[in-house]
Design a protein around this ligand. Structure first.
Ligand code: GCO
Length: 472
């Protein structure tokens, strides 16, 4: 029996709502030593045996440094308003301190000007994980000196490009940098020590706050913010041990970042749990961290289910699972956004990343990635639900524009709405990209005519599958 279609009219998103696509420098650029670029911790980490699932590295990736114009044309074709990208710190200041690299700065200036020439808003991230390796030799984020090096870096980039940027994000996902990089060690720099990780997390937050203060003091008007990876935490059962562990995990992932940003303090329960591993905080640090921001970005992929018995079996959810082994759970995005709005005095929120890895097949010039298309459509719908509940949303960005280097998973996992053939570097728009383009066209037409919003068809087969927007 054919699945019954469910039609849903999404609101016409506000005129100023920003639609985008996102990437990060290390994942797409390649050219690790071109024109004076220094090594980053990821260049070094990739060379550790066993660090990357397929033994790959970022040396070539999507060759974006060479192909950036073609990539900007692709972005233009999609009809998005904005492109979220990151600057490679060691490309512009190879050692993290000392001399700046003019050719590296020129590259990002060309990129920004190329975006503006195509009428696309540049959303720049300063730190998407690729710390200059030389700073790591001196302790990396566990060292307080790195805080000051980051502020200088933020100032240098903003002086050069700030007048042309739509937005500056200080850090992308400080939890990932600190916990995966310094506690579990599955990401660069590969350290496994909880106290070091917690000191790193404090320095990341402090450098964010001091950078915001410094840029404001210099009179820059570019909107400033930070991007957090967040998930709702659900207890596997109502057993007290599960509930207690869930509260702690929520404390470590969400409250550890949201409380200092918006309440000026780390959560007491997590500090108590960490004991001697809690970070050293100096007087004035918390005031700096809670400096008001212009926006907050949220990267959302799935919820987390917490069990005191050990890792929860995702296959027991009965839901669709992505190629990363993550449960598809769009309503978690609504839940998360509503909770942030309810519990904290947040500035306008963006979904700065959302998307899925699926097994793709390129055949006759097409990739029928209907699972990814439905994933994106259902999460956009979840954003609309949050807005209906009063959350001030400023934008939504798909992760990712291109298939790219997925960190410790190497090139095995594909998140792009554009397929990349790593042998030929040929780019092919997947069906999800074609859908996003059509959806954005329909949104824009509705904006211009002040007419009804596009209706999206959601069918209830396999947990609600979304098709292309239809005009009615
Ligand atoms: C992230 C990262 C991305 C990942 C994506 C999928 O911010 O977590 O920005 O680089 O590729 O999240 O894992």
């Amino acid at each position: 029996m054919p699945a019954q279609a469910i039609y849903r009219r999404l609101p016409r998103f506000p005129d100023e709502f920003v639609w985008g696509v996102a990437t990060s420098a290390f994942q797409i650029e390649g050219a690790p030593t071109l024109d004076g670029k220094g090594p980053s911790i990821w260049d070094t980490f990739c060379r550790q045996p066993g660090a990357i699932a397929d033994g790959s590295n970022g040396d070539v990736a999507c060759e974006h440094v060479r192909r950036w114009q073609e990539d900007l044309d692709l972005i233009k074709d999609l009809g998005v308003d904005a492109y979220r990208f990151s600057v490679s710190w060691p490309r512009v200041r190879p050692g993290g301190s000392g001399a700046w690299n003019a050719k590296g700065l020129d590259f990002y200036e060309q990129l920004v000007d190329g975006l503006l020439a195509r009428d696309i808003k540049p959303y720049l991230t300063l730190n998407h994980w690729d710390l200059p390796d030389e700073l790591q030799q001196q302790g990396g984020w566990a060292s307080r000196d790195t805080v000051h090096r980051f502020v200088e870096y933020a100032q240098g980039i903003t002086q050069r490009l700030g007048d042309r940027l739509a937005s500056i994000t200080t850090h992308n996902e400080p939890w990932v940098i600190a916990v995966l990089g310094y506690e579990t060690g599955i990401f660069a720099p590969g350290i496994k020590d909880r106290a070091t990780a917690m000191q790193a997390t404090h320095h990341l937050m402090l450098s964010h706050g001091l950078a915001v203060q410094a840029l404001r003091a210099e009179g820059h008007a570019t909107p400033l913010g930070i991007v957090l990876n967040l998930s709702p935490m659900h207890a596997a059962t109502d057993a007290p041990q599960d509930l207690e562990k869930t509260r702690l995990e929520d404390g470590r992932l969400l409250r550890w970042y949201m409380d200092p940003l918006f309440k000026g303090a780390y959560p007491d329960d997590v500090v108590a749990y960490l004991g001697d591993d809690a970070p050293t905080v100096q007087s004035g640090d918390m005031a700096a961290i809670s400096t008001p921001m212009d926006f907050l970005g949220v990267n959302y992929y799935s919820r987390s289910v917490i069990s005191a018995q050990g890792p929860w079996d995702v296959n027991s959810s009965g839901r669709e699972i992505t190629d990363m082994g993550w449960e598809v759970y769009p309503e978690g995005l609504t839940e998360l956004l509503v909770r942030m709005h309810r519990d904290y005095p947040v500035p306008p929120l963006y979904v700065t990343e959302n998307g899925g890895a699926f097994k793709d097949h390129l055949q006759d010039g097409r990739v029928h990635d209907h699972q990814r298309r439905d994933f994106i459509a259902r999460h956009i719908s979840a954003v609309a639900d949050a807005m209906e509940q009063g959350v001030h949303m400023a934008g939504y960005m798909v992760w990712s524009l291109l298939d790219n280097f997925e960190w410790a998973s190497g090139f095995e996992k594909r998140f792009g709405i554009v397929h990349v053939d790593y042998t030929t570097q040929c780019r092919t728009l997947k069906d999800s990209a074609l859908w996003y383009r059509d959806f954005l066209r329909a949104q824009k037409a509705a904006r211009q005519n002040r007419g009804p919003a596009p209706t999206m068809v959601l069918s209830n087969q396999h947990n609600a599958v979304a098709a292309a927007p239809v005009q009615d």
